[in-house]
Design a protein around this ligand. Structure first.
Ligand code: MG
Length: 160
């Protein structure tokens, strides 16, 4: 059986924070604001994994109101979501994700991000697509005040 899941996220871009996308730290004057390390790409991907097994969302699993997970590495969130997918007998087939940001330009970091996600999911990098695009200057993303992400994931149980 094949199932599909999708996820999306948005975080504010502010000074004084690290910018981490897909588990990769990207040099930039601002970073994403959040209760965790605010890795909006891993959050969208984690929600896609949960969506594929109809298991709710990461806000339910890792509530922002929980002080014990303040600053949590989003790789831990992703790995827990992957564990739940595997627990149901599924494996991940491929990932396709988008990062919408006016700045910084992500082209030099796309391959490291794909390799990082592939490593976290136990996939080959050619099964992980990450695309970067701008918001054509529109709204908060276009004004460099936020980064938006989305991800789609396909999972399979058995060979059919
Ligand atoms: Mg988030």
């Amino acid at each position: 059986m094949i199932r599909i899941g999708s996820g999306e996220d948005i975080h504010l871009l502010v000074p004084g924070r690290k910018l981490i996308l897909g588990g990769v730290e990207i040099p930039y004057e601002c970073g994403l604001l959040g209760h965790s390390d605010a890795d909006a790409l891993l959050h969208a991907l984690s929600d896609a994994l949960l969506g594929a097994i109809a298991a709710g969302d990461i806000g339910h699993l890792f509530p922002p109101s929980d002080p014990s997970i303040k600053g949590i590495d989003s790789k831990i969130i992703l790995k827990e979501c992957l564990r739940l997918v595997k627990e149901k007998g599924y494996r991940v087939i491929n990932v396709d994700a988008n990062v919408v940001t006016e700045a910084p330009k992500l082209k030099p970091y796309i391959l490291p991000i794909r390799e990082s996600i592939a490593s976290l999911l136990g996939l080959d990098a050619d099964c992980v697509s990450v695309k970067a695009k701008t918001n054509e200057g529109c709204d908060a993303v276009g004004e460099k005040k936020a980064i938006r992400t989305n991800a789609v994931v396909l999972i399979q149980k058995g060979d059919e």
